[in-house]
Design a protein around this ligand. Structure first.
Ligand code: GDP
Length: 178
């Protein structure tokens, strides 16, 4: 017997990369559970959650991997990135260094996923903190064009673009793979 909520046409694995504290866990919990937490989590290890979306008359089952806690506890990157179809690379618009580190996250992603086509979306999170902005939208846009990434600014706090970011990523993963 197959549970109704376990039926799907396509399965895609998505990873969320980016420095600690940029809001990866909250973006995921906002998208999957519509929840936000002011506290940083203390879980150690890798967690994943799934959500199904409808696109083009198909059910896409999306398994999203988050690096809970310190990135050091991710273990072997090759295992973490195996079979990845897409990624959100997240920085915090109020912390320049997290934007500067995006190149490292991209390099790691591309090093470990060179055997399959991968769709990447750059995410400038914490867009609600515009009074503390340290990375301009134009700079991030120019960077994403150069690196051929999709780009969006989000807020896990006030929900801005969270749904759109995941949906856009998943739609393009579907289009690239079918
Ligand atoms: P992670 O380490 O990348 O998974 O980051 P977390 O999701 O644990 O978030 C780190 C901190 O930033 C927490 O205190 C969150 O409440 C906060 N945070 C996450 N997203 C946002 C956001 O969009 N806006 C604001 N103002 N704070 C956020």
């Amino acid at each position: 017997y197959k549970m109704a909520n376990d039926e799907y046409d396509y399965f895609h694995k998505v990873v969320i990369a980016g420095d600690s504290g940029v809001g990866k866990t909250n973006l995921l919990s906002r998208y999957v559970k519509n929840e936000f937490s002011l506290e940083s989590k203390s879980t150690i290890g890798v967690e994943f959650t799934t959500r199904n979306i409808n696109f083009d008359g198909k059910i896409l089952k999306c398994q999203i991997w988050d690096t809970a806690g310190n990135e050091r506890f991710r273990g072997v990157p090759s295992a973490y990135y195996r079979n990845t179809a897409g990624a959100l690379v997240v920085y915090d618009i109020t912390k320049k260094v997290t934007f500067q580190h995006v190149v490292r996250w991209l390099k790691e992603l591309r090093d470990y996923t060179h055997d399959n086509p991968i769709v990447i979306m750059l995410i400038g999170n914490k867009a609600d903190l515009s009074h503390l902005r340290a990375v301009s939208t134009d700079e991030a846009k120019a960077f994403s064009e150069k690196e051929k990434l999709f780009f969006m600014e989000t807020s896990a706090l006030n929900t801005l673009n969270v749904e759109t970011a995941f949906t856009t990523l998943l739609a393009h993963i579907y289009l690239v793979n079918n």
